[in-house]
Design a binder for this molecule. Sequence first.
Ligand code: DAH
Length: 343
Amino acid sequence: MNEKLSQIRQSILVGIEKKATSRATAFELRKQFLDSKNGEIGQLMKEMKNLAAEDRAEFGKQVNELKKWATEVFEDLDKKMKEKELEFKYQREKIDVTIDADAQEKGNLHPITQMRNQLIDVFAGMGFTIYEGTEIENDYYNFTALNTPADHPARDMQDTFYLSPEFLLRTQTSSGQIHVMENSKPPIKILSPGKVFRSDDDATHSPMFTQMEGLVVDKKITLCDLKGMLDNFVKKIYGEDTTTRLRPSYFPFTEPSVEVDVSCFECGGKGCKLCKGTGWIEILGAGIVNKKVLENCGIDSEEYSGLAFGIGIERTAMLKYGINNIKLLFESDLNVLKQIDDN
Ligand code: DAH
């Protein structure tokens, strides 16, 4: 019997050596020997009945000693395993606070939004507030009130998407002028950004694009005010060395009307590819608000005068960022868009 006891002792030690690699395997091993029902040590007691009566007490004592020893060995083992696992966990979760963080990819606003924000900043600095109109307009606000009645040849300047004989997708943010003048009294100083739509499609035109209308109505507004504001605008957007020049033009809602050029910011006015050798680049249409338009909105054209301008946001951005095809602004190609981060 003694031999059996030392065999068990031996197999506990070998088992620990070979199998106990974690708390879980150590626990399994413990169960094998110390489980109260089926443990090998407990089973020894069952053999008691096969012994001679005088040997039983000694055997019982030895089994108990073995049990005590095994219990201590397994407790010790569990403690060691626990420490080992904790150590492993600490190693695995160790954080080196001195390591550089992974670089996060940073997004940027769409170039049209960036340009729009820059324009708003410039004109807000001159006291303009924002009026946002609707993209669906009726014929009156988009054309008639802007001195462009149905049979007017100027309607051909813009290829219109009609939704019905009365409603259309606005072709110009100029329609915002009428809403503002109908609903407020001078002095007026508003900026109206938004999408506009025309049946037009080539490298520099898109059926949907963005404009920014400006309108100032007050006493004694003149072309000088317009020139001063636009000079300030080009300096902020294209650089302090730039300036503007006004050329006579025609729009039904302004009289006189002007086409505004900016001095070429690429060559400084000497003449280059961008300005086609002229030193000037056309950037927007503007003028003094036609008296008929003021009167259409119930504003006394003897007492008040106004200036207006319409900026194409895509064109302004294309010039500033050297984009040669308007499609690049609408194709959502991140490789293109992320190159323009100007905020
Ligand atoms: N609405 C014109 C267009 O889309 C641009 C324009 C020209 C706006 C002259 C104005 C202006 O306010 O005075 O072509």
